[in-house]
Design a protein around this ligand. Structure first.
Ligand SMILES: *Cc1c(COP(=O)(O)O)cnc(C)c1O
Length: 385
């Protein structure tokens, strides 16, 4: 599926590295200057212009990871998402968004767009027809997220890209849950790929960052907005993100494998009522996921059977931490109804199919037997109470 000239893990390890000409060190030097002498009048290096040596080097690596021409790195996933949206949406324009998107993105749309006279419509199903129904004459952008949070629904990326292209509409995808290891939407015709690099790109729960990936031309449009909004990432963290990306292929592969084992274990467990994971043949869009993804990812969700309390279960877990965020090398678990989707009304949650007892599990790189043993002991401790 990958059309790269060098393999994925080689890109992760080497692409965009800065050669240490002075000392021949193994890793990229870090350039923290906020002031650079003019080389010629056209190049004015300045961190907020997104063109310091470390930013430019990392942008090359990230663009290659998604088979794209160019990319920009931001101080958070939301800085990347908001800058990309405001770069392509003007007052009077309209955007069609998948309903099941990241809560922070929905808050941005719901709380800020009206002030800028940007119109929006949400699509309740992830079927292409649902998106077609909402398109208007002034629709400029279609925005999707797949696999979605927290129920791991799968949207047909190519079908959305095709219907948008036919109408001259720009497509954006939040590819955070899949990571570039498991899904490359540019290959399927999407215009702009967004990531919270806080998740799989960083992978160690110690970096807040975001990226926008696209063609040279569209990245230039994003840059014009980005330099005004000023959401660049500090060069120190840019350097740390480059370090983290070297192992992304290995980390995510291990997370894919562990998540499949855990999903199958949970599916067979009679104390578990439901498992949501695109790698299970019982997932309604399993075939679509198989066709458009290289791997099914490290995220899954599940519900315990009636009578077993999800909060109680999380308290009994010892190895798997109940905590915010996702995609670290360590396994974490949370209740979407109390965290990521806690700001929605119970009716809105019900509309999205998010039950109060739903648990979202970010599977890490620990030995799968140890994760299973932790779940076993937690379930046992609950039934003894
Ligand atoms: C975390 C996340 C974001 C926001 O990223 P931040 O780095 O927290 O700003 C956006 N989309 C998805 C799918 C996420 O999981």
């Amino acid at each position: 599926m990958k059309s790269k000239e060098i393999g994925f893990n080689t890109i992760c390890t080497h692409a965009g590295e800065i050669e240490d000409k002075q000392f021949k060190g193994a890793i990229s030097p870090i350039y923290l200057s906020t002031s650079y002498a003019f080389e010629d009048v056209d190049i004015k290096r300045y961190p907020r212009y997104f063109n310091t040596p470390n930013q430019e080097a990392l942008c090359k690596k990230i663009a290659l990871l998604e088979n794209a021409e160019s990319s920009l790195i931001f101080g958070s996933g939301m800085a990347a998402i908001s800058t990309a949206l405001f770069a392509f949406l003007n007052g009077g324009d309209h955007i069609v968004l998948q309903r099941t998107i990241y809560g922070g993105t929905a808050n941005l749309v719901n709380e800020e767009f009206e002030k800028h006279n940007i119109k929006y419509s949400y699509v309740d199903s992830q079927e292409p027809e649902g998106f077609l129904d909402k398109i208007k004459d002034n629709t400029k952008v279609i925005y999707i997220e797949t696999p979605s949070n927290p129920l791991l629904t799968i949207t047909d990326i190519k079908a959305i890209a095709d219907l948008a292209k036919a109408k001259g509409i720009i497509t954006m995808i939040d590819n955070t849950f899949a990571s570039p290891v498991n899904q490359n939407p540019i290959d399927l015709g999407i215009d702009i790929v967004l990531h919270s690099a806080t998740k799989y790109l960083g992978g160690h729960s110690d970096i807040l960052a975001g990226v926008v990936i696209s063609s040279e031309d569209k990245i230039n449009t994003v840059f014009q907005m980005a330099k005004n909004l000023g959401g660049n990432l500090s060069d120190y963290t840019v350097w740390l993100l480059e370090r983290s990306l070297k192992t992304m292929g290995l980390r995510v592969k291990a997370q894919n494998e562990n998540a499949q084992v855990l999903a199958e274990y949970l599916y067979a467990n009679n104390k578990v009522a439901k498992v949501y994971y695109p790698g299970l043949t019982s997932h309604p869009e399993h075939e679509l996921a198989k066709a458009q993804m290289n791997g099914f990812g490290g995220m899954l969700s599940f519900e315990l059977i009636e009578g077993l309390n999800a909060d109680e279960f999380q308290k009994k877990l010892q190895l798997i931490k109940s905590s915010m965020s996702l995609a670290g090398v360590e396994s974490t678990i949370l209740s979407p109804s109390k965290t990521s989707h806690g700001l929605l009304t119970p009716e809105e949650r019900a509309k999205q199919g998010i039950k109060d007892g739903l648990l979202r599990f970010s599977v890490g790189i620990e030995e799968p037997e140890d994760l299973i043993a932790d779940i076993e002991q937690a379930l046992k401790a609950m039934s003894e109470n």
